[in-house]
Structures are given as C-alpha cells and as structure tokens.
Design a protein around this ligand. Structure first.
Ligand SMILES: [Zn+2]
Length: 404
C-alpha cells in the first residue's frame, strides 16, 4: 500500500456519484484541501485530510504532493485512433469553400481514410496508434476508448479490432483501452446498401470477434445515407444476444431519433447529439444511457454545439470526449477541448470534471471508477496545479504529470 499526502486539492466527486452524475452543482466536486489518499495497485483504502490520516497508515511509504491536484482518472470515451494517412489537404479544401458532401462524393472523407488504412499492415497500424495514444495519455488521460471503422471489409475490420486488442494488452495495467467495434461506420462502395453490408460483414464479424472476446462493445453510424433505424435495431439485438454493450453515433447531422433508440436498447452512450430532439432529451434524462458530447468536432467544423444546457437541466448524464479522428477532429488534448467547451456549452465546473471522469466511466460501463473513495479503483490523474480551476484556466498548457 502507498500514500499520497499534502495534495493541494483532492477532487473526490463523492457527492456527484451519489447523484448519479446528474444535476450537479459546484459542491458536488467534493474537494478536500491538503488531502491524502491510501491505495494499493487495485483499490483505494482511505481518503481524507492529511491531518486525519489514521495511525495504521502513517508508517507506509508516502509521497508529498503539495502543489498538485489529484482527480479520478480522466477518460476519453470516444476516439477513432487507428487509421492510416491524414486529411490535412481535405481540411484546407474545406476552409477554402468546398463542402464535406462534395469532398465525400469524389472519394474523400471516411472512404479516403479507408484506402489509406488498407495500405498499412497490422504492425504499422499498431505503431501509429501506439504513438497517438501515448500522446493522448500525456495530457492526463488514463483510459481511452478506441473504435475500429476504417477497414470496412471483413478482413480489414477484423485486423483493426485485433490491433486495438493488442494495444489494450500493450498498455495494461497502467492504461486501459476499451475496444469498440465500428464496422458500421460507412457503407463501402462495393455493397448496394447498408442492409447487405450489415448482413454480409458487420453481423458475422461481430459474432466472430465476440466469441474470441476481442471486443468490448459495438457502435454504429446512424445517419441519413448511412445506417437506418432498422439496421441499428438488428445490430443492437444481435449484440445483446452476444452480451456486448452498445454505443451509437446519434443525431449528429439530422434529428432522426438516435437518442431514443439508444434508450430503447439501454446503450452505454449516445454520442454527438448536435440535433437531438426534445423527446430524445426527455428519454435520456430517465435512462442510464450517457450523452457523450464531442465539442471538438463541432468547433473544428465550425458548427453549432450540442444543446448541453438543455440536457443537463433535464437531468441527462453528460460525458465529454475528444472524437479524435483524422477528418473532423484531429486533436489529442481532451483537457483543451473541455476547457474551451466549458463556457460555450455553459457547463459548470462539477459538470465538466464529472463529464471527463465519473460520467465518462459510465459511458464505457466501467464499474467502481470515476470517484476517489474507499473501495473504488485506484485509477487517478495528477496535475501540477495549486487548484482544480488552474487546470482549465491555463487552457492549452499541459499541467498533467506522471503518477509517482
Ligand atoms: Zn465518432
């Protein structure tokens, strides 16, 4: 067992977890000044003020962390970190006035990344993603969800899920990778429609990967001209049979009932939600499904942000993630995104930090994580800052430090 003591602030979120991460106010951060924490490699044994450290722990080896803030581990619960190539030329075209639809029509967008991904072998894909993930971790993130989805064929999607599985084993135990199967990301040109692609590739491969225990969840791009409501229902029903958790890219480009579908199937999360309906908000408020907002994407595309305040006021459990991907959000600094989003999404400080920790852990179905309290997992993020406020106040500067 080990002890960290004299932490300038220990942000426990103990009150936030009692409220299930909803309707949070500043005091729900449950900050302990001059805090101490006792833990082993698995769980937390004690949390409190350094001056109140029980006698039994006083002889343990301890580290003085004055001038630092300790938080429950920061989690990035939505990334597309395994891919080949980059889309900088397409970005320039968009800035110069070409629409995404035009770019996609002549083979740009997701299909361009698919071609670049197909040019690389598994070792090359692993190496690129490993470097990207290390960069993401360097900002204080300890768990990252990684989606497949740029293979879009049976063989290549299988390869990508296996690469993510290798990354997971490579980074354990210090970092956790959550493996999400997103073969239903786009419809490859050689299939007549989404239904055929789903039946021939997505569903059979999902079964194979689930049987081998390679993947943790499934996801689908539910949008006009991509996958239909019927496709989602088929995929989620099959996933339930295989005991796989579900996630959905929902209501991003159009209002099409994605949030409602997520609630119907008790999905872990509905993500994006720029165009969520009032009904979708009401249903999410009564559901365990997390609304994962990805403001970095809206910023980068110059779009209006998701209606976060309406969701939060209704009692929706909200998480924030990066959406790290080569096309619409090529940024590895989740804390920077959250700092920029705070004022623009009108989220208070407890809502922001719970969205990066406690609620993000719910978006991945992780148990006993996201809170600094006895019995919870000893997974933390440490920042060299006198207070929590300094972390996002000094936006764009990385204050995360390695755990001693
Ligand atoms: Zn995404």
């Amino acid at each position: 067992m080990r002890v960290y003591k004299h932490l300038s602030q220990l942000v426990t979120l103990e009150s936030a977890v009692k409220k299930d991460g909803r309707h949070l106010v500043a005091s729900d951060l449950s900050v302990i000044e001059d805090g101490a924490i006792v833990f082993d490699e698995k769980i937390i044994h004690w949390v409190g003020k350094t001056s109140e450290l029980p006698l039994e722990f006083k002889t343990l080896s301890s580290v003085d962390l004055s001038g630092h803030v300790l938080l429950p581990e920061i989690i990035d619960s939505h990334t597309h970190a395994v891919f080949g190539g980059d889309r900088a030329p397409e970005y320039a075209e968009r800035l110069n006035g070409t629409s995404y639809e035009e770019i996609a029509k002549r083979g740009g967008g997701i299909l361009f990344t698919m071609n670049e991904t197909h040019k690389l072998n598994p070792n090359e894909l692993f190496e690129l993603a490993r470097i990207r993930l290390e960069k993401i971790f360097s900002y204080g993130v300890g768990t990252v969800e990684v989606k497949s989805g740029y293979g879009l064929s049976y063989a290549k999607e299988k390869e990508l899920s296996e690469v993510i599985f290798r990354l997971k084993n490579h980074f354990l135990p210090r970092y956790q990778i959550f493996n999400t199967y997103l073969a239903a990301h786009d419809i490859p040109k050689d299939f007549p429609d989404s239904k055929t692609y789903l039946a021939d590739v997505v569903l059979p491969l999902m079964k194979e990967l689930a049987d081998k225990k390679i993947i943790d969840a499934v996801d689908i791009f539910h949008e006009k001209n991509y996958f239909t409501t019927d496709d989602v229902k088929k995929l989620f029903s099959k996933a339930k049979e295989l005991n796989l958790a579900c996630k959905i890219h929902a209501d991003e480009l159009n209002t099409n009932g994605g949030a409602e579908l997520a609630c119907e199937f008790k999905a872990l999360s509905a993500d994006h939600l720029l165009k969520i309906s009032q009904e979708g908000i009401s249903q999410l408020a009564k559901s365990p499904t997390v609304a994962t907002l990805l403001p970095g994407t809206a910023f980068f595309l110059g779009k209006p942000l998701a209606p976060a305040r309406a969701m939060l006021d209704a009692g929706v459990k909200v998480a924030l993630a990066s959406d790290y991907n080569p096309g619409s959000c090529h940024v590895d600094n989740l804390i920077l995104i959250a700092s920029m989003a705070a004022a623009n999404l009108k989220m208070n400080q407890a809502e922001i930090w719970a969205a990066l920790t406690l609620n993000a852990s719910a978006a991945l179905g992780l148990k006993n994580q996201g809170v600094l309290a006895t019995g919870f997992k000893s997974r933390f993020s440490l920042f060299k800052a006198p207070t929590l406020s300094h972390i996002s106040y000094h936006w764009g500067t990385n204050l995360a430090v390695n755990l001693p």
